[in-house]
Design a protein. Sequence first.
Length: 295
Amino acid sequence: MPELPEVETVRRGLQPVLEGARIERAEIRRKNLRFDFPDQMAERLAGHQVVSLGRRAKYLLADLDDGWVLVMHLGMSGSFRVVLKDEQHLIADEAFHLARGKRPEHDHVVLHLNSGASILYNDPRRFGFFDLIARKDINEHPYFAKLGAEPVGNALSPEYLAAKFAGKKTPLKSALLDQHIIAGLGNIYVCEALHRSGLDPKRASGTLVTKRGLPSAKLTLLTEQIRATIAEAIEAGGSTLRDHTRADGSLGYFQHRFKVYDREGDPCPKESCSGIIARITQGGRSTFYCPTCQK
């Protein structure tokens, strides 16, 4: 499943084409994906301008000029691609040999813009979804009401995490994956940030908070490394593990910078560390870490 850096990379790829454009026509080629499409979604989108394109956690948010927000989630295998005016023949060219993620039979939503460009949503596994929510209700909607701080914004601070972790015995890895604490932070980047911080994923999260409820130096370092890891991943265009591609069809490459994720049995890359990367299971997910330098 695409993680936050992948979703932010897609947002940045779509923004120059979609933001400020008017949706001339929308094609909805199925009844549903993970959920049913909103009633009359095609008719409700037609003729409206996209005022802005934002992101909250792993959701893309296209604000429309009528006060509604088109909410888009990529699920496990969803991807967008932009087809410019002079490339329109590719949309209906069933004989054209398209790579995975571009097969026309999996193009379930097409937005035709007044610029002549089209935006295609492709989803072979159909775990993504679309919704329309009134902007005035967005913060109270069940998708968003309980989401925690963004890992790329000022809200994520050592003091914020100290307040969330104080007195908790929850393993650090599990606490960081809790979307009520940090929104959009996923398994890959938690593993990487914990390794950079030298922290054991099994460690109780409350041990990073002082008796006075203040963030320890290690919690401050962890906060910095979370933000740095996410920022680097966004800059690299995300991580291409299975299905993720950027909006222009190219691949992200942050996976080439992984220090521990999916590197079980490899030597720890930290200088002066003689450890070997291990894999354990936490909450049904693989955790990769160095038992020697992560304490």
